[in-house]
Design a protein around this ligand. Structure first.
Ligand SMILES: [Zn+2]
Length: 308
């Protein structure tokens, strides 16, 4: 058995050109493609006139110039800057944009305390922006209104401990950041990522009304709840695979990864190992697996007798 994920890698855009992707929503794609950023990081402009900017993107002069060219063309200004999470491909451009626009920055805020070991993140040594302090901290549930738009903050930790998605009120649209993307599964890599939180954040989205997502990387996701359900099933299936491996005596992550990822590019091997660790943390926390000495990258794992 396996779960077929309804991915769409279709994504038409031009770097440096703002595109109207839904009523009141424009997207600009930064030129920072990579295995974890796909074609680049998406920045979004919400509304018209006094607009919200969601995710400044990387610290890239051309990307910044494209954002200001779009604003200048229409005589617009940025009234608020929102941050989905503090990974540098979304946040490194923030200080300069905040300075140039004078706009307040809204985001979850510092989670540095929980990120002491976060340098271990597999996608980059230096991915995290732990210094970030928002002008207005958001916890989720807030509604923030600007010129002709209103956004609802939705707390969706898992990929990152500070991850927020944003519902565009009066529409069926959710800006889903890196929590749900249409082109690939999201990286959930401890200690930065938390599989239990991630699955809970997926289940949360099933309770919400939005059906169209615009992610932090890649194109529009239609029938988004179908994809969310598929991601939940996919993670449950991976969990079963990992339990099967341990039952078969494959008791370390290095033994499990080649079994369950039959074809895997070398560049993604580390991310896969941390993803398996994410599952093992959850399996240990819920008493299904025993980790010796604790859930870690090089620990040994066995099935918990208590649960059979
Ligand atoms: Zn991220």
């Amino acid at each position: 058995m396996s779960v077929v994920l309804p991915f769409s890698r279709e994504f038409e855009f031009t770097h440096g050109v703002a595109e109207l992707v839904a009523p009141g929503l424009r997207r600009l794609v930064a030129n920072n493609p990579g295995p974890f950023t796909y074609k680049g990081t998406n920045s979004y402009l919400v509304g018209t006139g006094s607009v919200a900017l969601i995710d400044p993107g990387p610290d890239d002069e051309a990307h910044r110039a494209a954002i200001f060219a779009e604003l200048d063309k229409r005589g617009e200004r940025v009234s608020h800057i929102f941050l989905t999470h503090t990974h540098r491909d979304h946040s490194a451009g923030l200080p300069k944009l905040a300075e140039l626009t004078g706009a307040p920055v809204l985001g979850f805020g510092s989670t540095a305390a929980s990120r002491k070991a976060a340098k271990l993140h597999p996608t980059s040594d230096d991915i995290l922006d732990v210094e970030f302090i928002p002008d207005q901290p958001l916890k989720g549930g807030e509604r923030i209104a600007g010129g002709d738009w209103e956004l609802e903050a939705v707390f969706t930790p898992g990929h990152a401990p500070d991850h927020l998605s944003f519902g565009l009120n009066g529409s069926e649209t959710l800006l889903s950041g890196d929590h749900v993307m249409g082109w690939n599964t999201t990286v959930v890599a401890p200690p930065e990522g938390n599989m239990g939180d991630y699955i809970a954040s997926l289940e949360l989205l099933l309770q919400r009304p939005e059906t169209v997502y615009f992610p932090g990387h890649g194109g529009r996701v239609d029938q988004a709840q179908r994809l969310v359900k598929a991601f939940i099933m996919h993670r449950r299936w991976r969990e079963q695979q990992i339990l099967d491996c341990i039952r078969d005596g494959l008791d370390t992550i290095d033994l499990i990864v080649p079994r369950i990822y039959e074809t895997l590019a070398e560049s993604l091997r580390d991310a896969a190992a941390y993803s398996v660790l994410g599952h093992l943390e959850l399996l240990a926390a819920t008493g299904r697996v025993i980790a010796d000495p604790h859930p870690g990258r090089n620990s040994r794992y066995s099935i918990s007798d208590a649960r059979g």
